[in-house]
Design a protein around this ligand. Structure first.
Ligand code: GDP
Ligand code: MG
Length: 163
């Protein structure tokens, strides 16, 4: 049995970077400008011997005529409905923001199966932010670096029993 994993989180936390790493092809657009990814992307992910479907929930950045909060809520709700598991990314270098708190509330209200990860955690610059992520009340944050491919063994360990 396999599963579908949706990568959720506010713009610029590294969702597309992680998606690209898991899928191994540059299917999703990555840019320094928050909101640059135009489409909801789905790909076949590989992590060790695990095979699963991964969704880059960047589509929330689409509707420009709506509030960010409204977009975040709608897309996250859709991701929760389409996926078995939500990988909720926060930025370890920035720490927990009000937008992250909103995401956490949405995920809680939806009773989503959430895995929390603090991305950009390479080096010591992510230490404080990763600690802060505990405060979201979603369990232990996995420290990862999507860009440098770090912490993916810990992600594997969490996903393995769900496969
Ligand atoms: P998204 O908006 O959540 O899809 O974020 P992106 O994947 O487009 O990444 C936003 C920015 O964060 C880009 O400049 C990435 O290169 C950068 N980024 C992503 N992952 C990491 C990471 O693990 N470490 C660092 N330092 N930067 C990262
Ligand atoms: Mg993106």
């Amino acid at each position: 049995m396999s599963f579908t994993l949706a990568i959720v989180g506010r713009p610029n936390v590294g969702k597309s970077t992680l998606f690209n790493r898991l899928v191994g092809k540059r299917l999703a657009l990555v840019d320094d400008t928050p909101g640059v990814t135009r489409d909801l992307r789905e790909g076949d992910a590989r992590l060790g011997d695990l095979r699963f479907v991964v969704i880059d929930s960047a589509g929330l950045e689409l509707a420009e005529d709506d509030s960010l909060q409204g977009r975040m809520r709608r897309l996250t709700e859709r991701a929760v409905e389409e996926a078995d598991i939500c990988l909720f990314l926060v930025d370890a270098r920035v720490g927990v923001t009000p937008a992250d708190e909103i995401f956490a509330d949405i995920l809680r209200k939806k009773n989503a199966h959430v895995i929390l990860a603090a991305n950009k955690a390479e080096g010591a610059a992510g230490d404080a932010g990763a600690l802060e992520a505990w405060g979201l009340g979603l369990g232990e944050p996995i420290r990862i670096s999507a860009e440098h491919g770090e912490g993916l063994d810990d992600l594997y360990d969490v996903l393995r029993p769900l496969a």
